[in-house]
Design a protein around this ligand. Structure first.
Ligand code: IMP
Ligand code: MG
Length: 176
């Protein structure tokens, strides 16, 4: 039996929601020194769509986070890179994430970015699973709250696969 993919959120719903988030971000940060910090790799496609919908000026930076490897459960160990040398003092930072699962990755990134002395720090995530909704994270924008399923597509992967799917799909491992 092969792994199965079930469509959870179609492309057109994602597109509509991204437009709403971009409008809100534009209204909330008008006149502010906005810096988007995109968390690679999963948020790359979401960020590319979101950025093109935001009409106020902003700067972008990229950081990378890894915690899963080839598993569908987070290893709990978060490896961050690309954070050295960021010049974010006095800026309004908005971290762009693909998905909050345990929230550990975002917590680690937020802790690290606070050391840069920003004027403010908030998170924008495309997806949020139930565990993360309970955490005390500065989450200002959420695309969709989803159940505790493993998902792929629209930038998100299983062992580097399926990032290119245009919609978001539930990923069901062979034999489960
Ligand atoms: P957390 O630290 O448990 O919140 O995990 C966050 C990171 O794990 C995300 O930025 C994703 O890269 C990855 N991740 C969490 N859940 C999923 C999923 O369902 N599919 C693909 N990647 C996921
Ligand atoms: Mg990943």
């Amino acid at each position: 039996m092969a792994d199965r993919l079930e469509l959870m959120i179609p492309e057109r719903r994602i597109r509509a929601r991204v437009a709403v988030l971009a409008r809100r971000i534009g209204a909330d940060y008008r006149g502010r020194p906005l810096s988007l910090v995109v968390v690679l790799k999963g948020a790359a496609i979401f960020a590319a769509d979101l950025m093109r919908r935001i009409t106020i000026p902003f700067a972008i930076d990229f950081v990378a986070a890894a915690s899963y490897g080839e598993a569908i459960r987070s290893s709990g160990k978060v490896t961050l890179s690309g954070l050295d040398g960021l010049d974010l003092a006095g800026r309004d930072i908005l971290v762009i994430e693909d998905i909050l699962d345990t929230g550990r990755t975002s917590a680690a990134i937020a802790d690290r970015l606070r050391l840069c002395g920003p004027a403010s720090l908030a998170l924008c995530t495309l997806l949020r699973k139930p565990a993360a909704a309970a955490l005390e994270l500065p989450v200002a924008y959420v695309g969709f709250d989803i159940p505790d399923d493993f998902v792929v597509g629209y930038g998100m992967d299983y062992a580097e696969r399926h990032r290119n799917l245009r919609g978001i799909h539930r990923f069901i491992l062979d034999g489960r």
